[in-house]
Design a protein around this ligand. Structure first.
Ligand SMILES: O=C(O)C1=C[C@@H](OP(=O)(O)O)[C@@H](O)[C@H](O)C1
Ligand SMILES: C=C(OP(=O)(O)O)C(=O)O
Length: 432
């Protein structure tokens, strides 16, 4: 795609449904009693990967192409069947790690694989605790990389202090905990997104958060949960940064999930002086939701570290872009997790913005950006990573001259991204 800076940015955007919540609504309802309808489920490649894997495990899922509702017929806690083929998780870390936790509680043999990116992402972080609980797991490269083989069995509860703040690790262990003898408890160094805890509690699972720990006991049953999925703040993020950095912009984002475990980017942008406002705060699908209005802003540098990092992890590439327009030196650290996403996002962010003339330096666990600078159009690749594809497109919409973006992968989380960009930035986007 070709992108350039539009004279003005004006838009009202219904952001796509939340990806994390869509995965969970499918997986948890698959093991519930009864049928559930998930309204406004995210139709993206990652969520389709989860649906395909569950169908291969014998779960009836009606979700026609192009439909925004999926009907899942729950099989009960022990009703999954062994798949007669490998389970392909595509590009989706959430699919692979949550399914490993789920399958650890089933006496079935399962083999999980994914695309080249997913096959290079760390799996020992779930393999090791699930083994401790009593499941048998094997994987490539010394039990670290997919494909992963899992044979579940009788599990025992553990107390697990996760070395990383990861909702995928936490959720995998909690899912296994539904099947384990006794109590399972997980703590993490920073609080990660809590959609699993909210949804399992709403389905009647004996789960509670106590201080830094989340505890779960074996469930007798889960009640099917129909819900409407709120909008994804990670898909609102490109528009928040575009509007804050463009000199003549105003965007309203409708129906955005503002769960406090996800709103790190709002805190970061506010600290940078962004003009943003939350309107009509309400609740959807057991999650807080608001509309967000954001306008052209005069930005200053900030520091992002500690508990803020897991609350903004997928948005940090866009923070680097905002920092190019902010006065002073912005530092993002404690974010080594960025290196094990769909790409090494420390490296790919630094390479992408450097090509456009940014003053950005790679740190072991983040980056340092000096601003303000004028970015210049460049030939960019999303590197097959949807978040980098969107970063490149938004950066091109803020730069002088023309930018081309190849291998953008946006369909992984946001199929209508380019359409929305063309609406928000008329004249700024042209097909290849
Ligand atoms: O649980 C989830 O839905 C997710 C958790 C995060 O990953 P980690 O658990 O690896 O931090 C996040 O980056 C990912 O996009 C989705
Ligand atoms: C990291 C991401 O997803 P996953 O880990 O599920 O592949 C993401 O969507 O940015």
């Amino acid at each position: 795609m070709k992108v350039s800076r539009p004279a003005a940015v004006r838009a009202v955007i219904d952001v796509p449904p939340d990806k994390s919540i869509s995965h969970r609504a499918l997986i948890f309802n698959a093991i519930a009693d009864g049928a559930a309808v998930i309204e406004g489920i995210l139709d993206s490649e990652d969520v389709r990967s989860t649906a395909r894997c569950l169908a291969a495990l014998g779960v009836p899922i009606e979700w026609p192409e192009g439909s925004s509702a999926a009907r899942v017929t729950g099989q009960g806690l022990h009703g999954l069947f062994e798949s007669d083929d490998v389970l392909d998780c595509g590009n989706s870390g959430t699919t692979m790690r949550l399914l490993l936790g789920l399958l650890a509680g089933h006496p079935l043999l399962s083999v999980l694989t994914g695309d080249a990116s997913l096959r290079s992402r760390p799996m020992a972080r779930v393999i090791q605790p699930l083994r401790e609980m009593g499941a048998a797991l094997m994987a490539r490269k010394g039990d670290t990389l997919a494909p992963v083989v899992v044979k579940g069995g009788r599990l025992r509860g553990i107390r697990y202090a996760s070395p990383v703040a990861s909702a995928q690790v936490k959720s995998a262990i909690l899912l296994a905990g539904l099947y384990a003898e006794g109590e399972t408890a997980v703590t993490e160094p920073g609080r990660s997104r809590d959609h699993t805890e909210r949804m399992l509690a709403a389905m009647g699972a004996p789960i509670e958060a106590e201080g830094a720990a989340v505890r779960i006991r074996p469930a007798e049953r889960l009640a099917a949960l129909s819900l409407r999925v709120p909008g994804d703040i990670s898909s609102a993020a490109p528009w928040l940064v575009l509007a804050a950095c463009h000199p003549d912009a105003e965007i309203v984002l409708r129906g955005v999930n503002v769960n406090p475990t996800r709103t790190g980017l709002l805190d970061i942008l506010r600290a940078m002086g962004a003009d943003l406002e939350l309107l009509e705060e309400r609740e959807t699908g057991g999650e807080p939701v608001a509309d967000i209005a954001v306008r052209s802003s005069s930005l200053r540098a900030t520091t992002v570290s500690g508990e803020l990092v897991p609350r903004a992890i997928d948005e940090l590439p866009l923070v680097a872009l905002a920092a190019c327009f902010a006065d002073g030196t912005t530092v993002v650290r404690d974010a080594a997790e960025l290196r094990v996403k769909e790409s090494d996002r420390v490296r790919t962010v630094v390479e992408t913005l450097s090509r456009m003339g940014a003053d950005i330096r790679e740190l072991e666990d983040g980056f340092e950006v000096r601003g303000p600078v004028r970015l210049s159009g460049a030939r960019l690749s999303g590197r097959g990573d949807h978040r980098i594809g969107m970063l490149a497109a938004i950066a091109g919409s803020l730069a002088d001259g023309e930018t081309t973006v190849s291998d953008d992968a946006v369909a992984v989380s946001y199929r209508s991204f380019w359409e929305h960009l063309a609406q928000a930035a008329p004249g700024g986007v042209a097909a290849r």
